[in-house]
Design a protein around this ligand. Structure first.
Ligand code: PLP
Length: 635
């Protein structure tokens, strides 16, 4: 557990169990150990067709844990409740979930259901997000907020106003000044009194990667001058009572409570000024930014960690707003946050398999054969070789490396010229590696090939270098003896993971085995804390589609879990359709071709050769390929 810092990033949900596997405690701290769920058992159930009740799903696999979502919502809410009580704050917290973090239907529906007792609502940033938020909130608490952010056109604004007509507690947050005219015009036409918010562009700047949208030059929000113009305009048309919410967003992954306090304090001053100017302010919406400690270091100095927990975050917010409002004699506002990452990151685990690992050049080399091949080298290369062995005898390791590089380069040049055979080149590669191993200068890092597409499943690693904890989910009772980087199935050189939490350039890994381990010879890895953003951003590079998905809830019974939903990932046909291909037509074309070129398979064809597979069998094999997922199928 220490090697992979599991207790740092995983607590209170993920830990190492006595079988050497990673377990989940979906209800967090205080859960009894018999209520732990062994991840390997989930993977077996999902993917092993032979296992009792096995679902036969293909990997990669996302395991969703709705109980974790519930626990995250409860923990966030109780952190704010505690801070509100301890500070004597005279209003309440009711957050919204920004659906952009993960728009999966079941994730959003779960959040609405679990958050209903706390009036937890949704935030949308586009028309389709608004449509899904509207329909989900119909089953939620009527007091829950529906916050409409993002750039808006007339259609978006109409939709948001229709949501108000449907008795959903909808707020249109102005991101641009021009949106106000549309809101005024359309609300009049639809006869709805809008509730309006403004997004303020704060001066407080978050310097990390995720803060590029913050500060005076940030992409979003209204400057103080623009906010004043909005107030004046609303006043002129008798609609200043419609302005009720102030929103800001410093950026995701706010590193410290010091920065948070600074930003929230600045926003609270704007809030109080809006009250003074006559707006009927009720809510301060502090945006997202509640961070996740991906590497377990609790450090404010990196994009993958934060130096606070939920309680410290809530306390900083409540204190900063309470302090400013008390000084200005302003009634305490309802507190809203748009925490996305902090709610959904933990609830899903991506499981994938290492299918092979690179083999060192020297492996399997027969020293006698090696000697024979070396003796056949041209004279200049042979001189390098003799110098090399002399230096080795004298124990001069630096010189050894020098001659070894020289020998290798000379042989490569001769191979390119065509004067050296491939067997001799391979023998020299093997020899140089043997020497490097012997003097301890070899690079022990292996490449593990994983059944995954980085572009589809971990796009933020590729796009912005974001690190996630990646850990074998089993065999952790054995010390890993190798170090490896992970290379995916795409033919893209960026399709590899060679940076890991803790600043490591390789991951401690176990030797792959053929059969016999508690994973049945397979080697499963998990990517944790990826429940936010990764699924929504992933593309179809090399036409690898998304993973299979299962939802797993805690239950009574021998395995202490139940699978409540199992969905295979997109098939080859599905991903082809994304690029406008028509798999049905493609199949027909290939089937006709098979009829044209291949016999029935019953008899020998016209050449007298039995091609072994008749066209009917070929067609059904083709059909299987269209219907299966693009990833490597289990052997
Ligand atoms: N609200 C807004 C306006 C955002 O832009 C974002 C994302 O950056 C969020 C909320 C969610 O932020 P986080 O995932 O850090 O909670």
């Amino acid at each position: 557990a220490e090697l992979y810092k599991i207790n740092g990033w995983g607590a209170p949900y993920f830990s190492l169990n006595s079988s050497g596997n990673i377990s989940v405690r979906p209800h967090g701290a205080g859960t009894m150990s018999h209520q732990e769920i062994d991840l390997l058992k989930i993977v077996k159930k999902a993917s092993d067709p032979q296992a009792a009740g096995g679902l036969g799903l293909q990997l990669p696999l996302i395991v969703r844990l709705p109980d974790v979502l519930k626990n995250r919502l409860e923990s966030l809410h109780s952190a704010f409740d505690l801070a509100i009580q301890s500070q004597g704050y005279e209003s309440h917290y009711q957050g919204v979930y920004p659906v952009k973090c993960n728009q999966d239907r079941f994730v959003v529906e779960d959040i609405v259901k679990f958050g209903s007792p706390f009036r937890f609502g949704l935030e949308a940033g586009s028309k389709p997000e608004l449509l899904l938020a509207m329909s989900c909130l119909c089953k939620g608490n009527p007091e829950s907020l529906l916050v409409c952010n993002g750039f808006k056109d007339a259609e978006y604004i109409s939709l948001a106003l229709i949501a108000r007509k449907l008795a959903l507690n909808t707020v249109i947050v102005l991101e641009q000044e021009e949106e106000l005219d549309l809101v005024m015009e359309i609300s009049k036409r639809l006869s709805v009194r809008p509730v309006i918010g403004v997004r303020a562009k704060l001066r407080t700047k978050h310097a990390g990667h995720f803060g590029s949208t913050s500060g005076e030059k940030g992409k979003f929000g209204l400057t103080t001058t623009q906010i004043l113009r909005v107030v004046k305009k609303l006043e002129q048309v008798g609609m200043l009572d419609c302005l009720q919410l102030l929103h800001f967003h410093i950026g995701s992954q706010i590193p410290s409570t010091a920065l948070l306090t600074d930003g929230v304090g600045e926003a609270a001053q704007i809030y109080c000024e809006l009250v003074r100017l006559g707006a009927h302010m009720r809510v301060i919406d502090i945006g997202g930014g509640l961070g996740i400690d991906y590497d377990g270091s609790k450090s404010a100095d990196s994009d993958v960690s934060v130096s606070y927990g939920l309680e410290e975050y809530a306390l900083a917010v409540v204190r900063a707003i309470g302090f400013v409002c008390d000084r200005k004699n302003v009634k305490h506002p309802v507190l809203c946050s748009e925490s996305g990452r902090a709610i959904v990151s933990h609830h899903s685990v991506l499981i994938f398999e290492a299918v092979s690992a690179s083999v060192p050049n020297a492996q399997g080399m027969n020293p006698v054969g090696l000697q024979y091949l070396i003796e056949g080298l041209p004279e200049d290369a042979l001189t390098d070789y003799r110098n090399l062995t002399d230096a080795a005898m004298r124990g001069e390791y630096e010189t050894c490396l020098l001659y070894s590089d020289q020998l290798k380069q000379r042989c490569v040049d001769q191979f390119k010229e065509g004067s050296l055979g491939i067997e001799q080149l391979a023998a020299v590669d093997g020899l140089c590696e043997l020497i490097a191993n012997a003097i301890g200068s070899s690079d022990p890092t292996r490449t593990y090939h994983v059944n995954l597409s980085v572009f589809t499943s971990i796009p933020d690693f590729w796009g912005i270098g974001q690190l996630f904890p990646i850990v074998p989910i089993h065999r952790l009772d054995q010390r890993p003896v190798m170090r490896g980087i992970l290379s995916d199935l795409t033919c893209d050189s960026d399709g590899k993971i060679d940076k890991f939490i803790g600043g490591e350039s390789s991951l401690p890994l176990h030797e792959l085995e053929s059969g016999g381990s508690n994973g049945g010879g397979k080697y499963y890895l998990g990517m944790f804390l990826g429940g936010a953003y990764e699924e929504a951003l992933g593309g179809v590079h090399n036409l690898f589609g998304g993973p299979s998905v299962i939802r797993v809830s805690q239950s009574e019974g021998p395995h202490s879990f139940a699978v409540t939903l199992a969905v295979p990932g997109p098939s080859c046909s599905d991903v082809l359709r994304v690029m406008q291909h028509e798999p049905e037509l493609m199949f027909e074309t290939l089937k006709h071709r098979a009829e044209e070129f291949c016999g029935s398979g019953q008899d020998e064809d016209s050449d007298g050769d039995d091609n072994g597979m008749g066209n009917a069998a070929l067609a059904s094999s083709l059909a299987r390929s269209f219907n299966n997922m693009p990833y490597l199928a289990a052997s």
